[in-house]
Design a protein around this ligand. Sequence first.
Ligand SMILES: [Zn+2]
Length: 505
Amino acid sequence: MPFRVYNTLSGQIEEFKPLHASQVGMYTCGPTVYDFAHIGNYRTYVFQDILRRWLKYRGYALRHVMNLTDVDDNTIRNSQAAGLTLRDYTEKYIQAFELDRQLLSLEDPEIVVRATDSIDDMVKLIQTLVEKGYAYSSEGSIYFRVAAFKNYGQLAKLDLAGIRDGARIDSDKYDKNDARDFALWKAPKEGEPFWETPLGPGRPGWHIECSVMSMKYLGETFDIHSGGVDLIFPHHENEIAQSEAATGKPFVRYWLHAEHLIVNGEKMSKSLGNFYTLRDLLAQGFKPSAIRYLLAAVPYRRHLNFTFEGLQQAQQSIERLRNFRYRLTRESFPAGENTAFEERARAACQAFEDALDDNLNTAEALGAVFTMVRDGNTAMDRGEFRAGDRAAFLETLARWDRIFCVLEDHDHERLVKFGFIKPLTIEVADRVESTDAAQAVIGNGHPGAAVTALPTDEEISQWVAERDEMRRKGNFARADEIRQNLHKAGVILEDSKAGTRWKRK
Ligand SMILES: [Zn+2]
């Protein structure tokens, strides 16, 4: 089956057919960099990452553009309060966003652009709109004339007449001819940063940014535009109006929107005390991989109810997958093969692919692989699994993980690297000693924090080997001592038929 997506514009599931066979053009609205992004934002970014990875899995070359909104009312207000230039203030949150993205294994878009680096292009598009009669000036600001664009409301399914006079599309407090009109260019206010341009002094409105940056890198018509459902109106509706009024061509072919994340059944808000940034969750000891898994597990068009129990279950699910892969690679099985099992592994792969082709049904894609894990574990426990069956199972797991990205455990290494947790220290003199596992979380971690005495994988493996030898020799006291010391350093040992496996807490 071909890849099908729900297109907000048509209101239907459609087969995805890119404009150019060779490359898919995709634009995603990035963050406004005035604060740390919250988990509701990351729900959307994880969905977009799954979409990215799925397009590539299906063989498309991808050109993905994302903006960083580094000028708007919030960034201006906060930078002034902090006594910093807009650039310096937003830089901190851009870096934080990049770290968060790496922690969550979000791939980098091919092109990431700051709004303030594209002011000239915005000025040109606004000039075009003025020339064509779609925009007008008023007291130094320039507005889009909604009444002049006959298709306004097509994305949000609005009845234009239904937008009563006085109902504000835009929250800007500027003089405009019609309450529905929105600002393309804003006259400078006292003390605010502004740009001297052929339009006069001022700064761009938010909506014009995305029209300009998407078309600049992807052309006047491109394949996919995506964001959270809260962006459908007015942001994306306004983007369509600006772009299509200027070019006379269709702007975007497929609009994909992710539903809201709610927390314990309630809307996330600071006043309810259920508002979480990624950093808040890391401070509580949750792992980035578990957060990614939970955010990916619910299909993007459904509300995602975020709970701590859900996060714990996500952690357990990941462990189950990793344990299964560990058995596949380390346990010994009788020679030969059992074609029925191989067939199940292939069927699981097919089911996982079919699920993602079906408008990225991640829940079914997870279900497919867990059915395979259950069957595989049962076959191993019963002694029916054969050495020749390994490859098909490993292949399915690997393909699945190209999208979900949780099988490799990078959590600890990344958290240390970015300064979110202090490195564990462990000294070996005559015997293994260690400090307590350092779980202290440093709020605003800096990249490149020194990793001094973190026990390396190799060192841990040596201690594990020494412990195994002690157990063989019957020196259980020493073996237990090694286990305890490793435990203090945040390393957990698990003994099984396949030998001793270790992992970091
Ligand atoms: Zn946008």
